[in-house]
Design a protein around this ligand. Structure first.
Ligand code: GLA
Ligand code: ZN
Length: 672
């Protein structure tokens, strides 16, 4: 059982009160109350202020601020503040400073500028965490620990290199074994001594041209970042065993294997900064990934932007209603919070133009502040009833970090390889239909699903092939794609034709794969309907060995050859897509499979309305989110429904204005 995050939906976010005087802080408390803000995270970057010289701590200013915050009934997530070490520390212990990919030893400055493998950094960070925990263990407002901030530093220092060698020695035992697993016979890279192995960097180009080594380096960085997190978390847990501990995940989730990193956290939490160009499905997918990290447990949306950002190339304002819409989208997918960076806009520094709940104007009669007042009031009314509510999905989409890294480390077949974008392409087909999806690990138990979609499951590892076969055997529907079953966990390709261990499942083998130029297209012609669709990206030349052909290529020298196949396997079926079909194909094809398997949408609503459902002992909560600016209709199943957002009753069809949201619960539905 995960530790329960909170008794309420946390609403608030990063507060940096060490930047202001007491009068401003007291004023902020009044403003916060007007928005029903119940949670602040601090002091994320205040190590320099807390430890002015080694072993000398200065907590009085923080004591004061915390007491003002708690006097006002606001919960506190205390950050250990170790994301930016003090300048004196970097000077005194240069080993803390990271070395970049070009071999440049960086000097003090940026945040997240430390080597996660520096023993000195770890020693000082653990000491800081210990001081914090000892000082505030009895602070009544403390609800969570926030360790560091958005881990993401890839260091290439000598110390990291030494540790990497030890890591490899532990993993492979002998150089012979490593040589075999890394296939070092290629380009004469035979290793005779672990101590001569170099980190993959831009200087040796091993980060681009030695995929097996690069993959292990990415695993090594996750392992050692995990150690770095545990270095602080263990101290905190010893002193405050009942307070949950986490670290916020950056929205750029590729860098570290988050399945692994979050296994030691009491909950997952992430920072959601969609690009203004993202459609509504992309953040939805990332939320679902977050829910998948801890097997369906609710998570924290630890940061969002209250308005524009400062670091996008063009920092669009959040459109009216957008902050509220995005907040509900996070909750709709399994988040138990709506948290923001930042509460008050800083007067100077790199983020001075980043949006905030309270802007430089200091006024409350602003568009954004009013939106926070409304959102706060609504979330306050919802109270704790939806906390920890789960999503029930019958479709699982497989997702994996090793697979992601290995696919994108590949030279060929195309430079346009983007695993997350590919996963999103398939995810969108379900999102458009409001069919709930779980994002599942390659190692997960699949038995609870009716359908498993495995986009580009390139790397067969940890028994995945057998689990997929067993799933189909027992009646499951599997959908696989091009770039499946090509390599093992060391990125060594399979012999005996792709999709390797899944040949038997799909009843096909792939003879060769053609890459298309971005502007180039092929077509899929379906055998039964005669309907045509557009395809692109890659085209597998498929040879069937038991599978039935459902669709054939329309162009090129392989026109007329199979590109969509179906294979009966045990009590189930396995479908293979040899090329990337367009959205229309996926709507028809996956829509058809869902119908066949009786996988139903959450609710019936116009296009542009997202609908999800979360369920707990208090009942089923339906979320409807109109991502369009035009009014849209939602058609409710029979019965009287309580609209918890608009505080009214609904029956049959009702309309939602542009960007409006409703949380609904059927009246009279018995609570479990
Ligand atoms: C990240 C950081 C925050 C802040 C925001 C700005 O998510 O965690 O400290 O810099 O970005 O968008
Ligand atoms: Zn290092």
């Amino acid at each position: 059982m995960e530790k329960q995050i909170a008794p309420v939906i946390y609403f608030g976010g990063d507060y940096n009160p060490d930047q202001w005087d007491e009068a401003t802080i007291r004023q902020d408390m009044e403003y916060f109350k007007r928005c029903h803000i119940n949670y602040v995270a601090l002091p994320v970057f205040s190590w320099a202020k807390l430890e002015p010289e080694e072993g000398v701590y200065q907590f009085e200013w923080l004591d004061k601020i915390l007491s003002i915050i708690w006097e006002n009934g606001i919960y506190v997530c205390l950050a250990t503040s170790t994301a930016a070490q003090p300048e004196w520390m970097s000077k005194k212990y240069p080993e803390i400073m990271p070395v970049d990919n070009n071999g440049l030893k960086r000097t003090h400055g940026m945040r997240n500028f430390y080597c996660v493998n520096s023993e000195k950094y770890r020693e000082r960070a653990a000491a800081m965490a210990e001081q914090m925990a000892l000082r505030y263990k009895d602070f009544p407002g403390l609800v969570a620990w926030h360790v560091a901030n958005e881990y993401s530093t890839f260091c290439h220092c000598e110390n990291c290199e030494k540790k990497f060698r030890l890591w490899l020695k532990k993993k492979y035992g002998t150089t012979e074994n490593l040589n075999e697993k890394w296939n070092t016979a290629f380009w004469g890279r035979t290793v005779y001594d672990f101590d001569t192995i170099m980190l993959p960097t831009d200087r040796n180009d091993d980060d681009k041209f030695f995929p097996a080594k690069q993959l292990d380096y990415q695993r090594f960085v996750t392992d050692t970042t995990e150690e770095c997190f545990l270095n602080e978390a263990n101290v905190l847990r010893r002193i405050t065993p009942d307070i949950p501990v986490f670290s916020n995940i950056s929205g750029f989730i590729k860098k570290l294997n988050q399945f692994q990193l979050t296994r030691n956290m009491d909950f997952a939490g992430w920072d959601n900064y969609p690009s203004p160009k993202d459609d509504s499905a992309f953040p939805a997918l990332k939320h679902d990934i977050m829910r998948g990290l801890k097997d369906g447990a609710s998570y924290m949306v630890a940061e969002q932007s209250p308005n524009q950002q400062n670091w996008q190339p063009y920092n669009k304002l959040k459109r009216p209603g957008e902050v509220r819409l995005l907040a509900y989208q996070g909750i709709a997918h399994g988040g138990d919070s709506a948290l923001y960076f930042q509460m008050r806009q800083s007067v100077g520094g790199q983020e001075k133009f980043h949006g905030a709940v309270i802007s430089h104007s200091g006024r409350t009669d602003t568009r954004i502040f009013r939106e926070f007042e409304q959102l706060g009031e609504e979330l306050d009314r919802l109270g704790g009833q939806i906390l920890d509510a789960r999503t029930k999905a019958e479709v699982g989409i497989l997702f994996d970090w090793d697979n992601w890294w290995a696919l994108e480390n590949c030279s060929g077949p195309t430079c346009d390889m983007d695993y997350l974008a590919q996963v999103a392409h398939y995810y969108r087909a379900f999102h458009r239909k409001n069919i709930p999806v779980d994002i599942v690990k390659f190692t997960a138990d699949l038995s609870q699903y009716k359908m498993i979609v495995a986009p580009l499951a390139y790397m067969m590892k940890e028994g995945l092939a057998n689990r997929l076969k067993a799933f189909a055997e027992q009646g499951g529907t599997v959908v696989g794609t091009y770039m499946t079953g090509l390599a093992d966990e060391n990125d060594r390709c399979v012999f005996g034709a792709y999709p390797g261990p899944l040949r038997e499942l799909f009843g096909i083998w792939v003879e060769e794969t053609d890459a298309l130029f971005p502007e180039e297209q092929n077509g899929i012609r379906m055998e039964d309907s005669g309907k045509s669709y557009v395809s692109g990206f890659l085209c597998d030349r498929i040879r069937t060995e038991g599978a039935k052909v459902l669709g054939r290529y329309e162009k090129d020298f392989y026109a007329g050859e199979p590109c969509v196949t179906e294979h009966a396997y045990g009590n189930g079926k396995a479908f293979y897509l040899g090329t990337q079909p367009d959205a229309a194909f996926l709507d028809d094809f996956l829509g058809g499979l869902c119908k066949e398997r009786q996988i139903l949408p959450v609710l019936d609503a116009d296009e542009g309305v997202e609908a999800t459902c979360r369920e707990n002992q208090n009942g089923k909560f339906y979320f409807v989110l109109n991502h369009d600016i035009a009014e849209k209709t939602v058609r409710l199943p029979e019965g009287i429904w309580e609209d918890l957002t608009h505080q009214c009753e609904r029956e049959g069809a009702f309309s939602l204005t542009g960007r409006d949201v409703a949380v609904l619960k059927k009246k009279g539905e018995s609570e479990r």
